[in-house]
Write a protein that binds this ligand. Structure first.
Ligand code: SAH
Length: 237
């Protein structure tokens, strides 16, 4: 009998000074299982392997002075050149980038893969960003010590969207951000806990009423917590 394999394998390539940080948490649970079964694959490039000199130096002090070190454009370019044949967007994880969100994750999994560049020290030389036309993506308005954790977060958000990774793809449609709303509150067993019961409608078995309640709750939570998302949602609907 023909065993149906995954529809395709999504390829993530990561340039990093710390390849041992990968797959890290993505080697566990659903993402880890999907990695083993080939729904996605992970190629790691150790930036240091592309250093030209015998000291294997990858960084140098900034021209114009200032604190810290900068990743050299020649070294980073050699690392990127080694994966020129791979398809997918070239993304530099950077606090100066466009904010990562669900729609970016959704767009990334439409490609056959992605190449992520993890910065360290003060970051990358601007000439490299320009020459390679790197897309900058930020995890949020705070400074991490390297792009690795940001890269792992981006990959996690992407991998769970690949067909076959989650037990139920239905779940994806209901999640926070998918409809531009935060998720409604969730309840499970026991029915009564510490004197608190579960909203009656959820026990009613009336599918339509439940959907309406969930929608109202999602709208309320979004309006209260995230006026920015709420405004966008109102514009669209
Ligand atoms: N000097 C930089 C910060 C460098 S932090 C600045 O002021 O903007 C070192 C590296 O960590 C960066 O090159 C980037 O790859 C990564 N990084 C830090 N914060 C990040 C964030 N919010 N999102 C994505 N990557 C981040």
């Amino acid at each position: 009998m023909h065993v149906k394999g995954p529809r395709y394998s999504w390829n993530a390539t990561v340039l990093t000074l710390f390849p041992d940080m990968f797959p890290g948490p993505l080697g566990q649970s659903l993402a880890g299982k999907a990695l083993k079964t080939g729904i996605w694959s992970l190629k790691l490039l150790d930036i240091r392997a592309f250093a030209g000199d015998k000291h294997r130096s990858v960084d140098a002090p900034p021209f114009g002075g200032g604190a810290g070190m900068i990743l050299r454009p020649d070294v980073m370019d050699a690392a990127l050149a080694s994966v020129d044949q791979l398809p997918g967007r070239r993304i530099y994880l950077s606090p100066r980038g466009k904010s990562f969100d669900q729609s970016v994750a959704e767009s990334l999994v439409e490609d056959p893969g992605v190449v992520l560049i993890c910065g360290r020290f003060e970051g990358l030389d601007q000439r490299l960003i320009d020459a390679r036309n790197l897309e900058e993506i930020s995890l949020g308005d705070y400074v991490l010590s390297g792009g690795e954790i940001a890269g792992l977060a981006v990959l996690d958000a992407c991998v769970r969207l690949l067909p076959g990774v989650l037990g139920s793809e239905e779940g994806l449609k209901e999640e926070s951000f998918t409809k531009g709303l935060l998720e409604y509150p969730l309840y499970t067993q026991p029915r009564e806990w510490k004197g608190k019961t579960v909203p009656e409608v959820l026990l009613s078995g009336h599918h339509g009423d439940i959907k309406t309640w969930q929608r109202e709750q999602a709208e309320m939570v979004t309006r209260d917590r995230r006026p920015d998302l709420w405004a966008r949602y109102r514009e669209k609907s």
